[in-house]
Design a binder for this molecule. Structure first.
Ligand SMILES: C[S@@+](CC[C@H](N)C(=O)[O-])C[C@H]1O[C@@H](n2cnc3c(N)ncnc32)[C@H](O)[C@@H]1O
Length: 474
């Protein structure tokens, strides 16, 4: 045993790898090499081969994991950055098996006990989903198709992944509330919200995709929801149409990196540009969601992605752009959000966000953040706010690395006396601010830096910001 533990592992030579590439992958060889390399990386000084560095082992591991589990390099690297190596394998393995089938009782029409009994009578083998939900049931097996029973057709339940319960539980809608579900299709969470509101108040279910919105209408009819209006607007323009919501749910469009067992195409179809595009849209939508909420209202932001760029980073961005704070989700399980990720440091309160994983919670990978809106005032921001958004928008022709490196350069620039950047997360090596050219964190209107750095549109935005929100100006 002692001899084995201290044995050094020899990485395959370039020649061996070249030969291997020509042959169909030998999964047994790959699996054992993955295990060996993780073993070396976990005790590197003792087990590494003389003259080899960590990067070489990591590179070999990434290649082997990509081949073994059929991922592209980008997504595998993103997961390797997100999870410690031991946990990474558990996550990848969990992505290979489907999550249990779960249903949510529609309390507008029945009680869980009655529903369970009716389904048991039809030959469905089920159990309550867990202590954390009073309405969920897990289906082990069934003699009848669960999506076509008379109870299903009568709207007594909806097929819904366990993780989809969580954002609505965090939102905690109350009877009589005015609630917005900003991206609602096909309406699983909308109908849950309606049930918690007991069909009172006003529920606005929006989705930018009119075809998908049809499914919302169908589901709401079947489930007997009568307090909802279905709309098909781009979420970004909603604040211009109606505000003052007590609660807003933004179950954002995302990369789906948490639901790979359901849609394995994400393993190879996503690249850095897709993630940058998602992150950009999510940032725009989260600001719109906050703007729609009333002062003192709540906003829940959720994704079925495990990537920081679509989660903590988006929340951190919202904290800098609007007067909101992160509050407890009220969910008593799940992992804490990441206040730090690689070189990035987010607002410490992002720790209150919750992460859910297939390998630890046996549900789809999910992220839930709950924000409380403090005031309608929009914090003044440095012109680089717009610059960053523009950068990410233009990331079609520059990959994420370029965006990151631009950000790093700006941070370095900061140390040389350029503008203080208010939007991106802090990067651990901090520079000093050019305070002389700023008023309340905003560069003085006529300052040379502003003139040099801003385009026409940015100047207009800044001028308006300096004047205050339109309403106040009037
Ligand atoms: C994760 S799905 C929502 C799932 C839904 N909340 C549920 O529980 O059934 C994201 C939705 O966002 C919609 N979407 C994408 N871009 C949007 C935008 N700009 N405004 C509003 N909805 C958008 C998509 O059509 C998609 O239906």
């Amino acid at each position: 045993m002692n001899i084995q533990q201290s044995e050094k592992y020899t990485l395959p030579s370039g020649e061996e790898i070249e030969k291997e590439v020509l042959l169909p992958p030998d999964l047994t060889v790959l699996k054992s090499r993955i295990k060996e390399v993780i073993g070396v990386l976990s005790d590197f000084t003792i087990k590494r081969e003389e003259g080899r560095d960590r990067v070489e082992y990591l590179e070999q591991l990434r290649k082997d994991l990509c081949t073994y589990y059929s991922y592209n390099d980008f997504l595998m690297e993103a997961f390797m950055e997100t999870f410690p190596l031991g946990e990474l394998i558990e996550f990848l393995e969990a992505n290979e098996t489907p999550r249990p089938m779960t249903i949510r009782t529609n309390t507008l029409k029945t009680r869980r006990r009655d529903l369970a009994q009716a389904l048991i009578n039809r030959g469905v083998n089920l159990d309550p989903i867990g202590k954390w939900s009073k309405v969920g049931l897990v289906i082990y097996n069934s003699q009848v198709p669960v999506g076509a029973t008379p109870e299903y057709l009568a709207g007594h339940y909806i097929l819904q992944g366990a993780s989809s319960f969580l954002p609505v539980m965090a939102l905690a809608p109350q009877e009589g509330d005015k609630v917005l579900d900003m991206s609602a299709a096909p309406g699983g969470k909308t109908s849950h919200i309606a049930a918690l509101m007991k069909n009172t108040g006003m529920l606005f279910a929006n989705d930018a995709n009119p075809d998908r919105a049809k499914a919302v209408v169908g589901n709401l009819h079947r489930l007997g929801v009568t307090n909802a209006v279905v709309m098909t607007y781009d979420g970004k323009i909603l604040p211009k149409m109606s505000r003052g919501y007590n609660r807003v749910l933004l179950d954002a469009p995302c990369s789906g990196s948490g639901v790979i067992s359901k849609d394995p195409s994400a393993k190879t179809s996503k690249d850095s540009k897709d993630i940058a595009r998602c992150s950009h849209l999510q940032k725009e939508l989260i600001l719109a969601a906050i703007d729609c909420a009333d002062e003192g209202g709540y906003i829940v932001y959720s994704t079925c992605s495990v990537l920081v760029q679509e989660n903590e980073w988006v929340v951190d961005y919202a904290l800098k752009k609007r007067h909101v704070k992160v509050v407890e989700t009220g969910l008593d399980f799940g992992r804490d959000g990441f206040p730090r990720f690689q070189k990035l440091v987010f607002h410490p309160s992002v720790k209150l966000c919750k992460r859910f994983y297939p390998h630890t919670h046996n549900m789809d990978g999910f992220f839930v953040a709950k924000l409380k809106k403090i005031s309608n005032n929009i914090p003044s921001a440095a012109p680089e706010v717009e610059e960053e958004v523009a950068e990410e928008k233009n990331s079609d022709d520059s990959d994420e690395e370029t965006v990151k490196s631009k950000r790093m350069k700006r941070k370095k620039g900061k140390a040389n006396g350029s503008l203080n950047k208010k939007t991106g997360p802090k990067i651990t090596k901090n520079g000093t601010d050019a305070k002389d050219d700023k008023v309340n964190g905003v560069a003085k209107k006529g300052s040379a830096i502003v003139k040099k750095k801003m385009g026409k549109q940015q100047k207009k935005v800044l001028n308006n910001k300096m004047k205050g929100p339109k309403k106040l100006r009037k």
